[in-house]
Design a protein around this ligand. Structure first.
Ligand SMILES: C[S@@+](CC[C@H](N)C(=O)[O-])C[C@H]1O[C@@H](n2cnc3c(N)ncnc32)[C@H](O)[C@@H]1O
Length: 214
């Protein structure tokens, strides 16, 4: 499968409903650094703003586009984790192939995100780097890993660490190209209170409900 970076500038021209000048400016700055369209990035922008004074994380950084928006909006630490060599081994539930999204250069991503002093980039498999994330209570976590195992691993790690009322945005929840991701989310929340809200963009939003733990 070939992946084409989104032509954000042309989307910007055709989407006059994104009226926030700040969001429009961010779209210009992430152009060429993301496979996400402006219809999805608006949710990354709006939801992260809601948690701006709390720690955030993203797994699935690729060339850094969605991470740039998160880092811009967050006044606390932002942890960004990716292999930066493409997808690891996939499962029977995934349509993606190992190595998809490997056309990325770790140093270039570091340079691109260098203006944000609140960012900590962890290169490698999530499961091998998660212990380098300090014990933190998160407000917002963005998962854009596309595949079953990584989605499962990330939910197992982050769910207990997100505060009551915090959010997880899953980029690939409702896409026929990433059914493994949906399975991991649905399995994880099957016996939990939260419901993954589909946003109509293939993204899913989970608002953490820990009322019973109080
Ligand atoms: C669709 S791309 C992310 C796109 C990005 N959010 C953007 O704005 O374009 C998916 C990324 O997930 C990463 N990934 C998937 N499984 C991973 C794992 N177990 N550990 C670390 N990174 C992983 C891949 O390396 C790939 O860069």
């Amino acid at each position: 499968m070939d992946y084409v970076d989104r032509n954000i500038k042309s989307e910007l021209d055709n989407n006059s409903f994104f009226r926030s000048p700040e969001f429009q400016e961010l779209l210009k700055r992430v152009d060429g650094h993301t496979v996400m369209g402006s219809n999805k990035l608006i949710f990354v922008y709006e939801i992260s703003l809601n948690y701006k004074d709390e720690p955030m994380a993203e797994v699935g950084v690729y060339k850094g586009g969605s991470a740039y928006i998160i880092a811009n909006n967050c006044e606390k630490e932002v942890y960004l984790i990716d292999t930066f060599t493409g997808l690891p081994k996939v499962s029977e539930y995934d349509k993606h192939k190992e190595g998809d999204f490997r056309n990325v250069d770790y140093i270039e991503v570091c340079n691109y995100l260098e203006p944000f002093k609140n960012v900590k980039i962890l290169e490698g498999l999530f499961n091998e780097r998660k212990n380098d994330i300090p014990e933190t209570e998160f407000g917002f976590v963005h998962l854009d890993v596309d595949i079953y195992e990584a989605t499962k691993e990330c939910l197992e790690y982050f769910y207990p660490k997100i505060r009551n009322g915090g959010s997880i945005l899953i980029d690939d929840y409702d896409s026929s190209a990433t059914e493994g991701c949906k399975k991991a989310v649905d399995d994880f929340f099957e016996n939990r209170k939260e419901h993954c809200i589909t946003l109509g963009t293939t993204q899913g939003l989970i608002i953490i409900n820990k009322e019973d733990e109080k």
